[in-house]
Design a protein around this ligand. Structure first.
Ligand code: SAH
Length: 361
């Protein structure tokens, strides 16, 4: 153990085995020590700062059927919704008016031309109405490179597409046969070619996954030269096939939270200058989960700016927090807890990944 902490605290490069050892830590004091070391690295490369991205959940209509996801096509219990163009624009402008500096459009996957055009024209409008000052990230799944380019040229500059599992065998277990690992990987490469700051991530603690898989996920982020990471613990949604494979989930919430935090800390220690999101899934496991994520190395939080009436429709997992809040309440609650964690919010900046500028220079 002390050998592991020697490596961690000396700032030496972590090897795969170190990552595995980190993910296997269970002792509370060891965890504290790990999170503190990751936090130190964050201070060194990022500072005591948190960037916010207001997230607009634009629709739960999805052509995909991922076994873990509550809005999968096959879930007939979900009432499908789709924000209008104006509602999406309003959400993005809310993020701007809250001085978040940056916003995300996320939704189920759609690839029809109407959709592609709508996103393109929203990007142009919002860029114009904010004098180019609102940074916009997209998280809209797999698209052709030409589509990624159109959206980039219309003003989006970051894109988040989780690989979900970097091990192709595990990927296969989590998705139907027509969801191709290679296609997802190629999409990530397209995003990088087009020039986006590119984010990816994985589900953490999903059935069938080992700590070796998770260590390899981290090595994958490094090898792919990824700029931003958005990853969080897997949470069961009862109306999905995967729920059956995790019957004792309710007793494992604390373990899932800790595994999520260990992954954040390990990512910070390994990748150092990337943007690392402290995700809502952490908050679903503990009311202070996102703040704990900041103290374990995270530097980005994505507060919800979707109008309250549409929030219940976008439940990738159950127990999603903030469903009955409005955006103003979400903002006030978050500002308080961030201050409590001793961190400062950076307003009115895009909060770009320092890694991206190194990669592209
Ligand atoms: N359609 C977009 C956005 C997907 S939703 C895309 O394909 O990229 C964003 C993320 O939510 C997914 O990438 C997935 O990792 C996560 N997610 C889905 N179901 C989840 C669950 N049950 N628990 C935790 N995270 C989940």
């Amino acid at each position: 153990m002390s050998l592991l902490f020697d490596t961690i605290e000396s700032g030496r490069d972590l090897a795969r085995q170190d990552l595995i050892d980190i993910l296997n830590l269970t002792d509370e004091n060891d965890l504290k020590r790990l999170f503190k070391a990751a936090y130190e690295i964050k201070l060194k490369y990022i500072g005591k700062r948190v960037s916010l991205r207001g997230i607009v959940e634009i629709s739960n209509k999805c052509r995909k059927d991922c076994f873990y996801c509550g809005i999968r096509r096959g879930n007939v219990k979900v009432e499908r919704f789709e924000l209008t163009r104006k509602q999406i624009v309003d959400g993005l402008l809310t993020a701007f008016n809250f001085n978040y500096g940056s916003a995300v459009m996320q939704g189920g996957e759609r690839t029809d031309e109407n959709f592609i055009e709508m996103i393109e024209s929203i990007l142009k409008e919002v860029k114009e109405r904010t004098d180019g000052r609102l940074g916009i990230t997209l998280s809209l799944g797999e698209q052709d490179e030409t589509v990624y380019r159109r959206w980039f040229e219309a003003g989006a500059h970051r894109y988040l597409l989780r690989i979900e599992a970097s091990n192709p065998e595990l990927y296969k277990k989590l998705h139907p046969a027509d969801h191709k690992y290679d296609r997802r990987l190629e999409c990530l490469r397209s995003l990088q070619r087009v020039g986006y700051q590119t984010g990816t991530g994985v589900l953490i603690g999903v059935p069938g996954q080992t700590v070796e898989d998770l260590a390899d996920d981290l090595m994958f982020f490094k090898k792919m030269d990824i700029d931003m990471i958005g990853m969080g613990p897997y949470l069961v949604h009862p109306d999905t096939p995967m729920a059956q494979e995790f019957p004792d989930f309710e007793h494992k919430r604390k373990d899932q939270l800790n595994l999520g935090l260990k992954m954040l800390a390990a990512a910070r220690l390994l990748l150092k200058d990337v943007n690392l999101a402290s995700t809502t899934a952490l908050q679903a496991l503990d009311p202070l989960g996102r703040e704990l994520g900041l103290l374990a190395g995270g530097n980005v939080i994505m507060p919800n700016v979707t109008a309250t009436e549409f929030r219940p429709g976008y439940q990738l997992y159950t127990g999603k927090p903030g469903l009955d809040e409005n955006s103003e309440q979400s903002r006030v609650a978050l500002e308080k807890t961030i201050a409590k964690a001793g961190e400062t919010i950076i307003y009115n900046e895009w909060g770009d990944s320092p890694h991206y500028f190194k990669r592209s220079s």
